[in-house]
Design a protein around this ligand. Structure first.
Ligand code: SF4
Length: 322
């Protein structure tokens, strides 16, 4: 992965659209897939009740009588983006719950079905750090030899106290172990973090970012904390137990994080969206564009860009190509 280019009108961070355009010469669209998985932090294997912010509903497709097949979901999404946006190439995004939580032969059938669909050039597989046995990682590494494959780890924070507080059901050590075993020259690792978790300070978020900056991770999704109806967090919010960060605090912290991440790391997300029917707080989170614009303005005001305070080697330097 080469360092990103700042063109006219482009972001001051390495956004996913720019990454794909630089890599493939066109924009790629992610098609969400709900393959019917559950989560070990809900079904009792690791825990019950799930993470305190998780609404546990899965995709809206689960409210249909029968979950459409992986192929059918991809066909529907592909036609939608072809007609609306003129999209040409796609990635199947196994998004709902824990998408490595099944025997390896079952996973292979599902991933193969996705990759057999017309114009699908790769996969993105969302999972937990405690749910990636070597057999599954080898399967994904095999696909990654000639497909574009991302493995997305929900982490949220590197702080074990926070992981316990939000009932993640895994530790930071399990995340380190998963990243070490997943590391591969072709398989791309993305990590999800949440800014504004209960009990966390600006410094806690920076510590998570510093750690991620030092690992073989190619992408990051930064979410803001939401209180949703039907979640433990939602109930805590209603009882006045949660102090949400202000939008100014969120924007400042996101910009500080961007400055210390490697310039090549792909920024896949900087807000949270969706959940309109169950959204409770914070009110400012409802306007995704205003948050993204505020981040752009703050980077502009600082005259800064992603990676300007990064002290490690870039991935291409580490490989000796720069
Ligand atoms: S790991 Fe993901 S799916 Fe499972 S409870 Fe947490 S947020 Fe929900």
């Amino acid at each position: 992965m080469s360092a990103f280019l700042l063109g006219k009108g482009s972001k001051r961070y390495h956004d996913l659209k720019t990454y794909w355009r630089n890599r493939f010469g066109y924009t790629v669209y992610k098609l969400p897939v709900d393959a019917g998985f559950t989560c070990p932090n809900r079904d009792g294997l690791v825990g019950t009740g799930g993470c305190i912010y998780c609404d546990g509903r899965g995709s809206s497709l689960r409210r249909e009588r029968t979950l459409p097949s992986v192929g059918e979901q991809i066909r529907r999404g592909r036609e939608f983006y072809r007609n609306r946006r003129g999209a040409k190439k796609f990635i199947a995004y196994f998004q709902t719950f824990t998408n490595t939580y099944a025997p390896c032969d079952r996973l292979k059938l599902l991933y193969d079905e996705a990759l057999e669909q017309e114009d699908v050039i790769g996969l993105s597989v969302g999972t937990r750090p405690d749910c990636v046995p070597d057999e599954v990682l080898n399967l994904l590494k095999g696909y990654a030899r000639d497909k574009h494959v991302w493995l997305e780890f929900g982490l949220q924070s590197i702080n074990d106290k926070t992981l316990l507080r939000i009932n993640r059901g895994h530790t930071a050590a399990q995340f380190f172990d998963a990243v070490e075993r997943a590391a591969d020259e072709n398989l791309l690792i993305c990590t999800h973090i949440i800014v504004g978790l209960p009990g966390e300070s600006h410094e806690d978020v920076m510590e998570t970012a510093r750690v991620l900056a030092s690992l073989p991770i190619s992408g990051i999704k930064i979410h803001l904390l939401l209180a949703l109806e039907g979640t433990v967090m939602g109930e805590e919010y209603k009882r006045g137990l949660i102090n949400f960060w202000t939008m100014e605090e969120y924007v400042k912290t996101v910009c500080d994080v961007l400055e210390i991440l490697p310039p090549e790391m792909v920024i896949q997300r900087l807000t949270a969206d969706g959940y309109r029917d169950i959204f409770l707080a914070p009110a400012w989170a409802a306007n995704k564009m205003s948050i993204l614009n505020a981040i752009d303005r703050e980077m502009e005001r600082r005259n800064t860009r992603q990676g300007c305070l990064y002290h490690g080697k870039t991935q291409s330097q580490a490989k000796g190509s720069e």
